[in-house]
Design a protein around this ligand. Structure first.
Ligand SMILES: NC(=O)c1ccc[n+]([C@@H]2O[C@H](COP(=O)([O-])OP(=O)(O)OC[C@H]3O[C@@H](n4cnc5c(N)ncnc54)[C@H](OP(=O)(O)O)[C@@H]3O)[C@@H](O)[C@H]2O)c1
Length: 432
């Protein structure tokens, strides 16, 4: 019998994802070893606190608080980084690559901000850096863009890639909750963090969109290139009105190719109810990709959670181990496209939903229509909603035709100064 030398794995992080990874390596080790062609061996696990009580039993001899015990171990060929945060994860990934170790990470922040320089470093050291779990957890998005869709010219990505905000928006839509109650419920269920800023302000979705757009358009797109807005301005009333008009409200991450520019933006949007994206509820994610050969494709599934994320992390580790075992190098490709600029949000054209509280008397609508018209914005429809007779105010909802964003922003500033406009309650872009 030939005894094959195991491929050593160093795990950095034993939290929600790391525990899943350690469990699957322990429970499915034999099957995974068969797939790879040689055993996989978990050699060290980096944590902050070795005495912490954990949901999984890991031999105390594997636990360490010293990263060098992974970095210095010549038997560890694959480092799995599931600590999260930018630092020290970034430094540890770099150090692992410099020492000739392959890396698997679920860290969207590190990949979105530093991906291209890390891939260059990996090419230099002839190792791989895989990151399937960084976007959409177990949904094979990165593999699809890196490989399955390579023959396509991708024209657009429309994605719901933050489960926390999609859960909150679903609760608001289905139960008439306001934002703070829906957020509180998401926190109680563990779907939102104690500090929910990165999710509700669209920052997490911007990281993920930067990763997807970089792959789709073969151009370095950083989180700072992505215009992002969160969901905190949306009210239960916006949901009621949107539903009456035949729309859902979603936090959309949009990447679109135009003739010589790219749009990359994250913001709430009205989406027609008959589109599949409008039907994505709760913590689920969905990414709609459009390519010249494939047409329209929708990838849908659980975008977070221990096991779905573990699924992607382990897939990357098996993929790596398979090639390490057969000595088939596959360093990250370099980016090819040059010359596309990122279109500023002020230059985009889209349709808008506007909600305003106005004085309830004849002639008011004409004043608002004139203000919009002065900026070449034409109205597609208007509905008058709740009227407060004591206050003599009414709420109106306006849907516009396609308009320029800068013109819309200026028109809204002017409208807010009209004596008949009490408040510009909200404006939401309309997509699809
Ligand atoms: N959770 C998800 O559903 C999900 C989905 C997709 C991607 N991800 C990504 O996966 C990564 C991990 O997320 P998670 O939810 O598993 O995080 P987590 O539950 O907070 O776990 C983090 C782990 O890393 C360890 N750690 C953190 N900083 C450390 C340091 N400086 N030195 C040593 N150990 C350190 C912690 O050790 P202690 O246990 O000792 O504190 C903990 O075990 C993140 O990049 C996240 O964005 C998560």
């Amino acid at each position: 019998m030939i005894i094959k030398k195991p491929i050593g794995i160093g795990l950095m992080g034993l939290g929600v994802v790391g525990s899943g990874v350690a469990r699957v390596l322990a429970e499915k080790g034999d099957t995974l070893g068969h797939q790879v062609g040689c055993p996989l061996s978990l050699k060290r696990v980096l944590v902050r606190d070795v005495s912490k009580k954990r949901s999984i039993e890991v031999s105390s001899s594997l636990l360490t608080t010293q990263a060098r015990e992974i970095l210095d171990d010549p038997e560890i060929a694959i480092v799995i980084e599931v600590m999260g945060g930018e630092r020290p994860a970034l430094d540890l990934i770099k150090e692992a690559i410099k020492r000739g170790k392959h890396v698997v990470t679920a860290n969207k922040e590190v990949i979105a901000k530093h991906g291209p320089s890390l891939f260059a470093l990996a090419r230099k050291h002839r190792v791989e850096l895989l990151y399937e779990a960084s976007v959409g957890a177990g949904i094979p998005l990165i593999a699809s863009l890196r490989q399955g869709l390579l023959a396509n010219e991708i024209s657009s990505i429309y994605a719901i890639i933050n489960g926390t905000t999609n859960y909150i928006l679903t609760q608001m839509a289905n139960h008439g909750m306001d934002f703070s109650l829906a957020l509180h419920q998401a926190q109680k269920l563990g779907y939102a963090e104690a500090d929910p800023t990165a999710d509700v302000e669209g920052i997490d979705a911007a990281y993920k969109l930067a990763i997807l757009a970089t792959l789709a358009f073969h151009k370095e797109i950083l989180p700072s290139d992505v215009h992002h807005e969160g969901i905190t301005r949306i009210t239960a009333r916006d949901f009621r009105y949107a539903q009456e008009l035949g729309y859902a409200i979603k936090l959309l991450a949009i990447a679109k190719r135009e003739i010589d520019s790219l749009q990359v933006r994250v913001h709430p949007a009205l989406v027609p109810q008959d589109l599949l994206l409008a039907k994505v509820e709760g913590v689920f994610n969905a990414v709609q990709v459009e390519g010249d050969l494939i047409g329209r494709l929708l990838l849908y599934g659980q975008g977070a959670g221990s096991l779905p994320t573990t699924s992607a992390v382990i897939a990357d580790a098996i993929d790596l181990a398979y090639r390490i075992h057969r000595n088939i190098p596959n360093p990250p490709p370099s980016l090819l496209a040059e010359g596309w600029s990122i279109k500023p949000i002020s230059q985009i054209q889209t349709r808008y939903y506007l909600r305003m509280a106005v004085t309830d008397r004849p002639g008011v609508l004409a004043q608002i229509a004139k203000t919009l018209g002065d900026h070449l914005i034409s109205i597609a429809s208007v509905i008058q909603k709740e009227v407060d007779e004591d206050d003599q105010t009414a709420e109106i909802v306006i849907m516009t035709h396609q308009a320029n964003e800068a013109a819309m922003q200026e028109a809204l500033r002017e409208a807010a100064r009209l004596p008949v406009v009490h408040e510009v309650g909200n404006f939401i872009r309309v997509e699809g």
